[in-house]
Design a protein around this ligand. Structure first.
Ligand SMILES: N[C@@H](CCC(=O)N[C@@H](CS)C(=O)NCC(=O)O)C(=O)O
Length: 331
């Protein structure tokens, strides 16, 4: 429909309108009626059930996080995702922008702005790699737009001014520009291999390890791998410092083949792309280190079908063209 349903509701009078009932919108209004007046329902953003004014008085109602219907049912990772989503909503509100634009009529899904989530990605970027791993394992179809970092598309910068990949724009227009958020977003939708339910430990322990690697290991990795970018820094010193983190991973992996048990989980997939970078900086040296468990863990991942699926090569995305529809079903 030209201009969209919301335009229709805004401009066409109730008498002339062919629209019946309220229009379900994916923003804090929940439903809108003619003239875009707020509708009668409010929705819990955590469980998507309508909530009454009385329920909003309950101690179990926390805006964006829980209501009496769903209190206590969310995992830590889900709570983190919801809190982030709430933050995005508040930010959008503060900036006077709509948070999400997808429009639905009750029982009838209408064509949203993008058919699939859009992922701005760069093949070799470890942050983009980990996002693609989660999107692939969750089977989340998306439109991949391969970015060349020295020639970032304006559409990506318009979505996220910080100019880093990956950036994901979901079908409702919500922007996620942190790789870990994209992983959680995908896995909270579908997590068939249980990456958010590790065999051992918890999501919080995994997130703590990931944070340590993102912050401290990455610091040394950059200074070891790209000495030209850090003149005055001693690359060998940073290799030694980085190696301490890898020794610890090796110890952890001597007990179980993956970091949190006998099967891969979020932490393995969020950290492995950075270990790969460290290894390929000097693969001969890496191969001589006394880290057999870590080396096997890395090799297993590099030889996996999932790795192949996310490392396919695509040409640079040309603005306004269609990106590559990713169904992640292999080479
Ligand atoms: N914290 C961000 C970091 C992403 C990041 O730094 N990506 C690099 C590429 S690996 C980037 O886009 N750098 C910007 C540039 O090189 O211009 C995330 O997790 O997504």
């Amino acid at each position: 429909m030209e201009g969209g349903i919301l335009k229709y509701l805004e401009t066409v009078s109730e008498e002339e309108s062919l629209w019946e009932g309220e229009c379900f919108v994916f923003d804090e209004r929940v439903t809108v009626r003619h003239g875009l007046k707020p509708g009668h329902y409010e929705l819990c953003r955590a469980c998507r059930n309508p909530i009454s004014e009385a329920e909003k008085e309950s101690e179990f109602y926390v805006l964006g996080l829980s209501c009496p219907n769903c209190y206590g049912q969310k995992t830590e990772a889900q709570k983190r995702g919801l809190a982030e989503r709430q933050r995005q909503i508040e930010l959008a509100k503060a900036r006077n922008q709509p948070h999400m634009g997808a429009v639905y009529k009750k029982d009838q899904k209408l064509q949203p702005k993008n058919d699939f989530p859009i992922l701005y990605s760069f093949r070799r970027c470890p942050f983009a790699m980990r996002s693609r791993l989660a999107l692939a394992v969750s089977g989340q179809v998306c439109e991949l737009r391969e970015v060349v970092l020295r020639d970032k598309p304006q559409a990506m910068l318009d979505a996220s001014a910080k100019g880093t990949v990956p950036v994901l724009i979901d079908v409702g227009g919500q922007v996620l520009d942190e790789s870990l958020d994209i992983m959680l977003w995908a896995l909270e939708r579908n997590d068939p291999e249980g990456w958010l339910t590790p065999e051992q430990g918890t999501v919080d322990l995994m997130l703590a390890l990931i944070a340590e690697f993102d912050r401290d290991f990455k610091y040394h990795l950059d200074r070891y791998k790209y000495p030209d970018r850090y003149p005055g820094d001693d690359a060998e010193f940073h290799r030694t410092e980085g190696a301490r983190y890898l020794e610890r991973l090796n110890t952890q992996l001597s007990k179980t083949p993956y970091l949190f048990g006998h099967r891969a989980a979020l932490a393995d997939m969020a950290i492995a792309p950075f270990v790969r970078q460290f290894a390929i900086a000097d693969s001969e040296w890496f191969g001589t280190q006394p880290w057999p468990f870590l080396q096997t863990w890395l090799e297993t991942w590099l030889n996996s079908d999932l790795y192949d699926r996310i490392m396919q090569k695509y040409p640079q995305w040309i603005p306004r063209s269609a990106g590559v529809k990713m169904e992640w079903d292999g080479p």
